[in-house]
Design a protein around this ligand. Sequence first.
Ligand SMILES: NC(=O)c1ccc[n+]([C@@H]2O[C@H](COP(=O)([O-])OP(=O)(O)OC[C@H]3O[C@@H](n4cnc5c(N)ncnc54)[C@H](O)[C@@H]3O)[C@@H](O)[C@H]2O)c1
Ligand SMILES: O=C(O)C(=O)C[C@]1(C(=O)O)C=C[C@@H](O)C=C1
Length: 360
Amino acid sequence: MSTTPRPTAIPGPVLVIGCGLVGTSVALALTRAGATVHLRDVLPQNARTAEMLGAGTLATPATVALAVVAVPPDYVAEVVADTLDEWPDAVVTDVASVKHPPLQALSDAGTPGLERYVGSHPMAGSERSGPTAASETLFEGRAWAVTPHATASPEAVELVRELGRTTGATLVEMPTDEHDFAVARVSHLPQVMSVLTAARLHGGPADHLALAGQGLRDVTRIAASDPGLWRQILHANRLPLVELLRDVRDDLDELLDGIERTHVIEEVLDRGVSGTRLIPGKHGEEAAPQLAVVFVQVPDRPGELGRLFRDTGESGVNIEDLRIDHDLGRPVGIAEIAVRPERAEDLTSALTERGWTTYV
Ligand SMILES: NC(=O)c1ccc[n+]([C@@H]2O[C@H](COP(=O)([O-])OP(=O)(O)OC[C@H]3O[C@@H](n4cnc5c(N)ncnc54)[C@H](O)[C@@H]3O)[C@@H](O)[C@H]2O)c1
Ligand SMILES: O=C(O)C(=O)C[C@]1(C(=O)O)C=C[C@@H](O)C=C1
């Protein structure tokens, strides 16, 4: 949900280099918070599209307080070095998904001005690429990693923190190598598992694929992401990723060897359930609370969803999450309203009283 942005404290113009999904989303969020944003891309049409979307201006800036490098990982070190050189007063950050390799390359090259560079990484994105997939609210309530290095100036670190805060994200600070181990587990391994699952659909007869439901769609959404970008991410972070893939290979062996014994299957399934409970909830709560889901039949008519939201609001029960599915072959949808378990009963009775068909 979009919140009213607070004005940014970034003390001058921002230059966004790379106007794809992430760069344009950053630029839109900064513009919305009152920053003057300049746009640049190796593909002029992407910068033009970002400008048309209201993300900033194509005019060359006279000065730059902060440059945000939002290009694919293979080009980050080179573009950061060029930007430090071109704008000697600017702080420079990048938003790439892997943080240690570019820092190492910049440091090995003895890059002048390295104290003005602080890497960062917003933990939000999409399976879509390019400026037309951008959104000014993409980072709201999401984690934004800031990865200072030993020689970074405190002023540079603070400016990059302010960038994350301006987009509505929650800051998480850690060294680059720790960051890369963390994202191998929470982002890169999930990407590989999604891809492997989607790839196994090849060869499935059409009438088998016709049975695909929401479970498959949930697991494979990110498999549709740009392979060119992910080749770079996975290659750059291959060392931590390989460790996790070996663990997954052990899990597969355990399942293959034990598939005849139900307790082995049960153990694997239980580890999955407890794993999902370790994922932090919204607003950075320690772990996602277990939620109860109230299912509500929604007639397929204009205005019905609005009526459901109004009735839910009047019940005083907060919606923690929401999904809407279509009941195949019937003129109704099913709204799945996730609420705190202790409020499920209140919501069910409030909605039933107002004429809704519900089940838990
Ligand atoms: N896609 C995601 O979900 C996601 C989320 C967080 C961070 N990231 C990181 O953000 C960065 C950008 O990813 P994206 O998803 O926005 O990709 P994208 O393909 O949507 O956009 C990349 C943009 O960079 C431009 N570009 C490429 N080389 C350039 C150069 N040398 N100079 C200037 N512009 C150049 C491209 O023309 C394109 O417009 C990547 O480093 C990625 O790892 C991606
Ligand atoms: O597609 C999404 O929903 C994402 O958020 C993508 C996602 C992620 O794994 O969380 C993917 C890579 C990035 O570096 C950051 C975000």
